[in-house]
Design a protein around this ligand. Structure first.
Ligand code: NI
Length: 227
């Protein structure tokens, strides 16, 4: 399931990120690729151990942690520190690949199982051509190109690619999460239930059936969550 999370970053946060990104020391994107994906990866990436990366990560994580839609959809247990990439000029595409199942945080040595992948778009879509994130699932291929500040969440198990950027630059943040609920279908069920409960509470208040249903949500989460 692909989930679009709008307005993860405010306009103010976006401006701050762009200012930092303008002066950032971009490197070859293959620094974090496995040997197979290195063959199809052709972009630029911000090294993890720079002050620019630290500042950008802090902004992204702060906004993620207060985004109710993200928290409901991902039920995050661990978030791999966000990375930043740039597709432009000759380094403009990333062919089909599946992300590594487990990532190790350079700073802490902590392992993160990549249940979910996320791309947070930082460039205005009018400022570049191409650069769609294409995600394949059982329903076919989905091309994703979102407004600056918006994010897409998708299962880490998905085959995906970034189409060549033919004009301008596409800058994004990308990262992975281990979820408290490992199975995509269980997570999806909980998310749909949570959204339906939210709507019921808004339209009918906290009626007895809504309170019961909320209890069922929490009891399902208790049954399935690893914390
Ligand atoms: Ni990938």
């Amino acid at each position: 399931m692909l989930i679009h999370i709008p307005d993860v970053l405010t306009a103010e946060a976006l401006t701050k990120c762009r200012t930092i990104l303008e002066a950032a020391p971009w490197a070859d994107g293959r620094i974090t690729a496995g040997t197979q994906s290195a063959q199809v990866k052709n972009n630029r990436q911000l090294p993890e151990d720079t002050p620019e990366s630290d500042a950008l990560r802090a902004i992204v994580l702060e906004h993620l942690n207060r985004n109710a839609l993200f928290l409901s959809a991902a039920l995050p247990r661990r978030i791999f520190p966000p990375l930043f990439n740039r597709y432009e000029g000759a380094a403009n595409a990333f062919g089909n690949h599946i992300d590594n199942a487990v990532r190790i945080c350079a700073a802490t040595g902590e392992r993160v199982r990549t249940d979910l992948s996320a791309t947070l778009f930082l460039s205005d879509p009018d400022d570049y051509d191409g650069g769609e994130l294409v995600i394949e699932d059982t329903y076919g291929a989905h091309a994703v190109k979102l407004a600056a500040g918006d994010m897409v969440l998708y299962p880490g198990s998905s085959l995906h690619r970034v189409e060549p950027v033919t004009r301008g630059a596409r800058v994004a943040s990308f990262f992975w999460m281990e979820s408290m609920v490992r199975e995509t279908e269980r997570r999806r069920l909980l998310f749909e239930m949570d959204m339906a409960i939210l709507e019921l509470r808004e339209t009918q208040g906290d009626s007895a059936p809504t309170v019961n249903l909320t209890g069922c949500y929490h009891n399902l989460l208790r049954m399935w969550a690893e914390v």
